[in-house]
Design a binder for this molecule. Structure first.
Ligand SMILES: C[S@@+](CC[C@H](N)C(=O)[O-])C[C@H]1O[C@@H](n2cnc3c(N)ncnc32)[C@H](O)[C@@H]1O
Length: 344
């Protein structure tokens, strides 16, 4: 079956990378059929369809997941022709209600008023004996329009993006400014391909934003910070969201953890701007802590590191290979550099 991911488009590279890493983490084998700035279509085995629910719960930079019914050129008559040709009864049972929605994700010069297609497609489905229900339909058909294609599908999952908004740093019991937003934290966690019940470490945990996002995926989490006040604030946040976690009051450059004992590391070290650094000056701290991450991470596993500037040499100098690199522009004077690195 063909599955379409409607990407958020909030970043040029992260949404697509998150989809592929999450498919891998949930052990869903796939073949890429189409990748565009706003959509990805993959072919998966039908037996994996039930696992798509897990993706719906884990993705943060995707809006919705669909089963693809058919595709056509982004032109009104072409869309109606392909939908007329398919056997809709394969996708909706007798007695089920439906609605049809059209969503333009990119400019489509050949379809000037997309909404006029909703009743016309609805009419085709109505001929199969099903009735429309715009409020609570059993099946929601959706036509997605991108500049080079129209994708007609059935909505399988809507990602609960508002839950990420609710967990914004300011809404948590303990807050300090300048920390990562939950969606970016979740994306980094997904890019490390961590699975349920595996162990994720954040050695610069701050307010525990990363740990909360990982814990909500039923990943075991362990964090540390060098400021006692921050550790107790992190505890307040973890208590609020999670049942299980481990916190340490420790220097990220000297962790009391065994060699190769964690499955993933995701961290946002201090940039040397607003956060207080106790051990050594920033550059040395970054070098030492990345060496320490290499020591505690299991072989073949990944870490996600965010920093204010490029640190390729520090990463490779510690023995890691860089498997992905992304950027997030925060404001005029801060672009975050996001590395996914692997201990080969
Ligand atoms: C950018 S903040 C982390 C923000 C975090 N991602 C969050 O969601 O709040 C960096 C954190 O590193 C901590 N830190 C600074 N030096 C450290 C060290 N040597 N070892 C461990 N933590 C340290 C600071 O106290 C600060 O809380």
């Amino acid at each position: 079956m063909h599955i379409c991911f409607e990407l958020s488009g909030e970043n040029r590279t992260l949404p697509a990378a998150e989809v592929y890493a999450s498919l891998f983490a949930e052990e869903i084998r796939y073949r890429v059929v189409k990748q565009d700035q706003r959509v990805i279509i993959v072919k998966i085995d039908k037996n994996n369809a039930t696992k798509l629910q897990l993706l719906g719960e884990r993705l943060s930079m995707t809006h919705r997941i669909y089963q693809v019914v058919t595709t056509s050129a982004p032109e009104k008559q072409a869309v109606l022709d392909v939908i007329n040709r398919i056997d809709i009864s394969r996708f909706i049972k007798q007695g089920q209600t439906y609605c049809v929605r059209v969503r333009r994700l990119e400019p489509c010069p050949l379809i000037k008023t997309p909404q006029v297609l909703e009743p016309e497609i609805g009419e085709i489905i109505y001929r199969y004996g099903n009735s429309a229900n715009l409020q609570t339909p059993d099946v929601c058909f959706k036509l997605l329009l991108i500049s080079k294609m129209a994708i007609f599908g059935i909505l399988l999952h809507s990602i609960n993006r508002s839950s990420f908004e609710e967990r914004k740093p300011k809404n948590k019991p303990f807050f300090y400014p300048g920390v990562l937003m939950p969606r970016i934290s979740r994306t980094l966690i997904n890019l490390c391909e961590i699975k349920k019940n595996e162990l994720l470490l954040d050695p610069f945990c701050g307010t525990a934003g990363i740990l909360v996002e990982a814990g909500l995926l039923n990943v075991d989490v362990i964090g540390s910070d060098i400021q006692w006040k921050i550790v107790s604030g992190a505890k307040m946040n973890l208590e609020y969201y999670l049942k299980k976690y481990t916190l340490m009051y420790q220097d990220a450059a000297h962790l009391a953890l065994k060699d190769e004992s964690v499955d993933a590391v995701v961290t946002d070290p201090p940039y040397g701007r607003s956060t207080r650094i106790k051990s050594v000056e920033t550059k040395k701290l970054i070098e030492d802590s990345i060496k320490e991450i290499w020591r505690v991470l299991k072989k073949g596993r990944k870490a996600g590191i965010v920093y204010k500037e490029k640190i390729d040499e520090v990463i490779t100098g510690a023995g890691f290979s860089i498997v992905e690199y992304h950027q997030e522009r925060v404001h005029k004077s801060l672009t975050r550099h996001l590395y996914i690195i692997k201990k080969e």
